[in-house]
Design a protein around this ligand. Structure first.
Ligand code: FES
Length: 126
């Protein structure tokens, strides 16, 4: 049986200091053996979104090394759509008016933890 400590470690993604100020940090979350990729970014703490553009969901927001952050917006590399970092709302580009899929995380004791009930574990990719 998994202890609370083990369960917490399964949900620990990365030290918060590793999340860049101007960029994103990739991670993977697992639900029922299915893996999805997410990105962490700073915004009054740390927020997370699925690494998938609402314009073309098979397209990741980045080229594999983290997405570009310009001011308070994340920029999709493919067609330049811009999303507000704080809520994922697209203000410019083909998916204008749509939002990124948020993933719940929390900063605790200097680390970022997955709190989204859809997933049972997470791990860093970068
Ligand atoms: S795939 Fe992201 S803007 Fe087109």
């Amino acid at each position: 049986m998994e202890s609370d400590v083990d369960a917490a470690e399964d949900r620990r993604i990365v030290p918060v200091a590793d999340v860049p100020d101007r960029g994103t940090f990739r991670f993977e979350a697992v639900a029922d053996g299915r893996r999805i990729e997410g990105v962490l970014l700073r915004d009054d703490g740390v927020v997370a979104y699925r690494n998938s553009c609402p314009h073309e969901p098979d397209v990741k927001l980045d080229r594999g090394l983290g997405a570009l952050i310009d001011g308070d917006q994340l920029v999709c590399h493919e067609h330049g759509a811009r999303f507000d970092c704080d809520d994922g709302y697209c203000t410019r580009g083909p998916p204008r008016g749509r939002t990124l899929d948020p993933i719940d995380v929390v900063v605790r004791d200097g680390a970022v933890y997955l709190t989204d009930d859809r997933f049972e574990s997470a791990r860093r990719l970068d």
